[in-house]
Design a binder for this molecule. Sequence first.
Ligand code: CTP
Length: 413
Amino acid sequence: MAGKHVVLGVCGSIAAYKAVEVCRRLVDDGVHVSPVMTADAMRFLGPATLSALASEPVHDSLWSDTHPIPHTALGRSADVILVAPATATLLAKYAAGVADDLLTATLLATRAPVVVCPAMHTEMWEHPATADNVATLRRRGVLIVEPGVGRLAGGDEGAGRLAEVEEIVAAVGRLLSPPDLVGKTVLVTAGGTREALDPVRFLGNRSSGKQGEALAEEAAARGARVTLVTAADRPAPPGVEVVRVDTAADMESAVLTRAAGADIVIMAAAVADFRPKLAAEAKLRKADGLPEIVLEPTTDILAELGRRKRPGQVLVGFAAETGDVRTGAREKLRAKRLDLIVANDVTAEGAGFGHDTNAATLLDAGGNWTEVALTSKRALAAIVLDLVADLRRVVGGSPPREQGLGADTKGGT
Ligand code: CTP
């Protein structure tokens, strides 16, 4: 990151004090940091603190700066603009294109990538207006570092707490480093498949599709050509081709036709293992008594991908566990001939299905374990792709390794 220029925007939030640590960390990494504070940020944080730690004094006005047009000067010279913390007002103004102070004007006057780290009370974060603004910004390519769950101002607890400093600095680092997946084709699956019982009912699972979506978004941000085959009904991530499927059989054909051309395949979907042998053509009626539902197995798509894996291709699987995560991970990695498996205990608080956060145990084919504590699904996606990029250096272009032999642990971190 050394030598790069980051404009650090700070808004009026109790979390403004954390911007000081973000600034210090960036400066320590050799980044030139230009701080911009809103008028409300000044109520929470004295500008002298940021001025002392940043690479130049705080900018706070469109009119009082020494440069005649400060917002274009800052916007054009920045390699990245980071807003941490970002209030609900900042999100609303930025989404609407309002530019009535130095920070919002700079955001409009830049072509640099932008990272926004929201922080606010849970009710404000979950309000549909905020959710719409976040979705708009995401669609335009803004990287949102999602808030975590924890203590908020006034002793409240809940979602809306500013992401951890490490996560914010890592997000900026990824945008500043050369994209490591340029020219690569990545196939990701997401969501839970639905197997019809009759025209109105299905057998399904609780997968939201958020983890696969975060992986697709992260891979696209790193320069890959990304296809997301998803059974989840959610908006397409920016820069990602989306193929929508419903059943395990749909997912099987969508994945198998595309996998041969992919350098990296990540099966994050929760695919049904069983489906009703026959879906009733008409709605099952109570009056007809309890239906007898006969199930049949679906194809294990990931196992099939393992059999078909071509030299140099990296294959990543997930393991949803409700007990001994490491044993499940080791067995699935070996059985399905994977290069990496991301296992989680779906019963753990804040992790797995439906949440915005996740915690995971990762195992690669060389037997290396990585423990990831509860973090955002996007942050976990970044860790998975870092490991995939490392694996590609090992397997890429070289003859295929013996798969699944590295089940010994080298100790967790
Ligand atoms: N998977 C798949 N096709 C299936 C079932 C699972 O491709 N029919 C993939 C999932 O996408 C995931 C991995 O296999 O990447 C592991 O899925 P999981 O449900 O944890 O395990 P299973 O192999 O189905 O085994 P079990 O349900 O017995 O734990």
